[in-house]
Design a protein around this ligand. Sequence first.
Ligand code: TYM
Length: 339
Amino acid sequence: MSDTSFIPRVFSGIQPSGGLTLGNYLGAIKRFVSMQDEDYETVYCMVDLHAITVWQDPKALMHNTRELAAGFIASGISPEKSILINQSQVPEHAQLGWIFNCVARMGWMQRMTQFKDKAGKNAQNASLGLFGYPALMAADILVYHATHVPVGEDQKQHLELTRDIATKFNHDFGVDFFPITEPVIEGAATRVMSLRDGSKKMSKSDPSDASRINMTDDADTIAKKIRKAKTDPDALPSEAKGLEDRPEARNLVNIYATLADISVDQVLAEHGGAQFGTFKPALADLAVAKLSPISAEMARLMDDVSEIDKVLARGAEQAREITAPILKKTYEIVGMVGS
Ligand code: TYM
């Protein structure tokens, strides 16, 4: 099937299930910002319905949703250029999600590694929503006929499932209705690792706060976390190949490259031969210079959340202009009587 009939449109989302991390920023938001200046319509979403697949305190969820919106805006997502929404205000996501629950197969869901990781040993006690989560994620994307989805590496399997759902729907109903979405997983920071363990991804749910940089951390905290980051005793190599078996060193170099908007080779051309005692302060200075203006702007926006709520209300209106006709047509294809 060719995608040429679909408008180039980007959709991506982040869960408001805790603070934003440097992983979210470098792996996702920074890319969202650059894509809004390319030839795409862009829609970015706080996926609150996804967040409640595990328990969320209601007050904290509201706070985290607004703070995430502040993070998007402070990082450079412009409500003039992009549609910014929280998922629950655009009901077509959940409505198409139900249709996709009836398209996706149990066996497909059982293969999802993220469900296995999150449900852990106690899968019988996980919510049904956590199991069905990827079908709602497919609906998030396809209810916009989105063609491109920028994400970090950990979402790749969910995007493959999105393609499977679109393909099966199109095949079952004999239509060419849903696009086969392209994942956009690019750059040196598609998998930012924990600062304490180079084999684990940096995550907002890691029990150790020292494992991650939060976008709300102050300058001293950022510098301290980088200074304490786990490393090996060797100096930095002068070529990328020399990072192959050094996950912690590679992680810090990848973070540097992405923050500075330069390649890994350029970082090593400048810092190759340096010890971590020299490189870490340089990285800390860079991180503080790039992140402090964002956290300051987030704090300013959070002082008066009515501005944020206005942006989200307008975003929901704009979004529904796209999603309502796509859902209506989906219902017709499936055979629902409408008036
Ligand atoms: P979430 O909220 O876990 O993460 C949001 C985005 O941040 C990326 N990310 C990372 N990238 C690099 N290194 C890391 N350590 C790191 N940690 C997180 C994620 O890959 C993601 O791009 N299921 C999604 C949310 C979602 C969604 C969607 C995404 C729901 N519907 C539709 C795209 C399209 C999630 O849980 O992301």
